[in-house]
Design a protein around this ligand. Structure first.
Ligand SMILES: CC(C)(COP(=O)(O)OP(=O)(O)OC[C@H]1O[C@@H](n2cnc3c(N)ncnc32)[C@H](O)[C@@H]1OP(=O)(O)O)[C@@H](O)C(=O)NCCC(=O)NCCS
Length: 346
């Protein structure tokens, strides 16, 4: 068996394997994103997809498809890589092939990261002793009493809980004034790159959020449409938020997908959150959901009416290219990771 990089002529065999492992719906969704996700990533020089293929003779029996990113780690920049679509042919699983794919990927990147993992891949990361720092905390802000409905509860119980929660909703969901200018955008201009560079050293770990990355990730994604707003202070870019609205089985939801300000810009974070509140109400959402790892963002979320709920977004990361203090993986309060990272919002 050989493991080497993806070639254009592998496409059909990879598609067929994807269909077998993940099913038809996931395969169709992946095809819609594929070109954007793997070829048009600005961190992919030459548009070469960062995908490793496991071959047995002419057959393809596995792949590890990844997303290269530039990772800021304690003031240094590292070539990071989100591991995403990893798969092994069903008849070849549990024979060590996955382990070979994980190790090949890791040997070739400056930092290997995984977010929102399946049970099988999470266990494999654990078996291979990747540092486990997750899950990334999840927050929900209720906007209507329907926010508390659960698809697995009977209707009567849902109604009772909704009625009991109404007074809380009325308090947390009240409208509050904005403290700075918020502007709707279609694309991120160069001021976002300058802004990122000015604040990057403030994060112990974060994907480089420059204009090229942000435009690729949030302005030209083919599978979802995002709303993007800038926080502007004295005419200067001071942050942004990315969000979208959708319908879930028991109600309408606004997802706060990504958010960036200087970490101690509490009024700035609060202003962006208040803007998203208004937009969510306008879209008739019952609640807003956000994921945040950084302590400063978590604190303002809590002060803005968000409750922390159970998160299933597991997070593993292994930095290869920088020497780090022994407690690096235990002190994650300065790490900035959101739902906008990796390919979580898909
Ligand atoms: C995840 C995957 C790529 C692993 O490949 P693999 O070749 O089976 O992995 P290996 O044989 O090298 O390693 C096996 C280890 O992985 C974990 N693992 C693999 N499949 C598992 C499963 N179904 N349930 C629980 N753990 C599993 C275990 O830790 C296992 O160790 P063990 O056999 O000693 O218990 C493969 O299971 C797969 O394609 N799964 C379906 C697709 C998927 O979930 N992809 C991940 C998307 S995030």
């Amino acid at each position: 068996m050989d493991i080497n990089r993806y070639r254009p002529e592998d496409r059909r065999a990879v598609d067929a394997l994807y269909r077998r492992v993940f099913g038809h719906d996931a395969a169709d969704a992946s095809r819609l994103r594929w070109d954007w996700q793997y070829r048009r990533n600005p961190n992919n020089p030459g548009g070469e997809p960062e995908i490793w293929i496991a071959r047995e003779g002419p057959a393809i029996v596995g792949q590890y498809a990844t997303m290269p990113v530039r990772l800021a780690v304690k003031g240094r920049e590292v070539k990071g890589s989100w591991g995403m679509d990893v798969m092994v042919a069903p008849e070849r699983q549990r024979q060590g092939l996955g382990e070979l794919l994980f190790r090949t990927w890791d040997r070739n990147v400056g930092a290997s990261l995984g977010l929102g993992l399946s049970d099988a891949s999470y266990r494999l990361f654990q078996k291979l002793r990747w540092p486990d720092v997750g899950p990334v905390p999840c927050f929900v802000k209720p906007l209507t009493r329907r926010a508390f409905r659960r698809p697995n509860w009977p209707m009567g119980l849902n109604r009772l809980v909704s009625a009991m929660m109404l007074p809380i909703v009325k308090i947390v969901a009240r409208t509050r004034p904005l403290n700075a200018e918020v502007r709707l955008l279609h694309r991120f201009d160069d001021s976002f790159t300058e802004f990122w560079e000015s604040i990057a050293p403030r994060f112990d770990l974060s994907v480089r959020r420059d204009a090229a990355y942000l435009n690729w990730k949030f302005a030209s994604a083919p599978h979802v449409r995002y709303a993007i707003v800038a926080l502007v202070r004295n005419g200067q870019t001071a942050g942004y938020a990315v969000y979208r609205h959708l319908t879930e089985p028991r109600g309408r939801l606004t997802l706060l997908v990504d958010l960036l300000t200087e970490p101690d810009d509490e009024p700035g974070i609060a202003t962006l959150l208040r803007w998203v509140d208004r937009e969510a109400r306008e879209a008739d959402s019952d609640k807003i959901r956000a994921f945040a790892m950084h302590a400063a963002f978590r604190r303002v979320l809590r002060h803005s009416g968000y409750f922390q709920v159970k998160s299933t977004m597991e997070f593993v990361v292994k930095i290869n290219d920088v020497d780090l203090p022994a407690d690096f993986y235990e002190r994650t309060d300065g790490w900035h990771v959101t739902l906008g990272d990796s390919d979580q919002d898909r």
